[in-house]
Structure formats: structure tokens, C-alpha cells
Design a protein around this ligand. Sequence first.
Ligand code: NDP
Length: 250
Amino acid sequence: MVIVGDDPASRIYVNSKKKACAELGIYSEEHALPVSTTEEELLKLVEELNNKSDISGILVQLPLPEHINEENIILAIDPKKDVDAFHPVNVGKIMVGNYDFVPCTPAGVMELIAESGVDIAGKECVVVGRSNIVGKPQAMLLLHKNGTVTVCHSKTKDLKEKTKKADILVAAVGVPEMITGDMIKEGAVVIDVGMNRLADKKLVGDVHFESAEKVVSAITPVPGGVGPMTIAMLMKNTVKAAVINRTGLK
Ligand code: NDP
């Protein structure tokens, strides 16, 4: 795990990932670099980790300080060690449907849906948000499971008309409690990816839980829903990376 600077949220995420590794007996090391670190220095560290045989997975915690080009860093990570699945090689593999690693948050969402016994095939799936980290890969994964997928974003006209059609609704927007009960179809399955810290420090999702839970057949809470699943999927990718890097098998 590589962390640059002292962003408090990034520190919490890295600590949770370190804790999960320790609980599972996965060797981990943290490279905490000062905010003044240059892009060249970070690239050099990534290259060292690429070449270390006892490291199977490399995670560079985002966001990086503004003077570092995130894309250059992601491109530098060996795709076989890219446990976040952000490298374009892994992104492309997800598009094609023949992938080694799936980005952790969308993978966690899929696992939650599968564990709940919900069959995605033929369902109207609506993803609100189109980020490279969540929305886009989420849409692809739902499509691979034969959902009929609509992706919404900030320019979508009449969002409510779209969300109201969803049998499965994934909210990954970053706007506190913006999806309210009246925007949700009766009996829908709602996955709330959002993690928003309010002024009073309360953590809330993108879905207004109280109004939504009256309408849905299933809904994930915030905190405690997708967040822990993201870390679990990171661990899964790391174990997979260890197998791939050591044996060449998948
Ligand atoms: P981004 O900010 O990268 O993307 C947000 C997306 O939401 C964009 O596509 C944006 O549209 C869209 N959007 C913004 N406002 C609206 C609106 N009013 N109506 C419709 N769409 C809108 O966020 P992320 O994808 O990185 O994260 C989304 C949320 O998920 C955040 O709350 C984040 O904290 C949380 N998160 C949680 C994780 C977990 O482990 N639980 C992991 C990662 C993220 P446009 O593209 O047009 O700008």
C-alpha cells in the first residue's frame, strides 16, 4: 500500500486495508510518503514494487496530490499486480468480460446481489454515476450478468423517470441522500455505494434510507453495506494476484 500525503479519509481506508490483511494473514507493507513526493519518486517506488517477488499486489491510494498525474502512476503499475483493477489493461479486460481483477467496489456490489439470491438476468438495472472507479465498471458487470443497464449522470434528464424503472438500483453519486423513496420502484433492490460525511460528521449514503426502506425489497445500509465489501474484494483480488504471480495460473 502506497499513500502520499495526509488526507484523513485516505488514512482511514489504508488502515482498514492493513487491518484486513493482518486478520487474514496476508503480508502487507505500507509506504507512507510525504505530500512533497515528486511523480518521479513515486514512479520509482512503483517500479521497485513491480520487481519485488514477495509483493503480489500494489495499491496506490487515491486521490494523489495535485502535482502528481494519477494516470501516469496507474499506467506504471504491473497489470498483474493491479489489485484495484484501474490499469487500462484490466479495464479493457472487464469490458471484454474476461478479467482477472474486478474493481473492488463494483465487485462488492455484485457479491451483495449474488448473496441475496437476486437474479440479475433480464432485470432493469440503473446505475447512477459513471466514474471509472464505480459507475462504468458496475454497468459492465451488470451487463455481463444479462441485466438491461441504464447509466445515469449529472446531465441525465429526468433522473426520477429512470430510477423509478429500476429493479436493481445502484447509487454511486457522492451527493448525500439524493435518491429518495419516491424515486424508487416498489420492491426494488437498492445498493447504496455513497459515502458522504455531513457537517455534523454523520456518515450517510446517496440514498435517503428512511424513505427508501419503505419501498424496497432490499437495501444496503451506510455505513456497513458496500464499504466492508470493497475491502473484502480487495483481499480477494490480492489472493488471486498471489496465485497468478507465483504460478501463472488463474
Ligand atoms: P465521482 O465523483 O467520481 O462520480 C460521481 C458520479 O455521479 C459522476 O458520474 C457524476 O456525473 C454523477 N453525478 C453527480 N451528481 C449527480 C446528480 N445530481 N445526478 C446524477 N448523477 C450525478 O464519485 P465516485 O464514483 O468515486 O464515488 C461515488 C460515491 O461512492 C461517493 O459518495 C464515494 O464516496 C462513494 N464510494 C464509496 C466506496 C465504498 O467503498 N463504499 C468506494 C468508492 C466510492 P458526471 O459524470 O456527469 O459528473
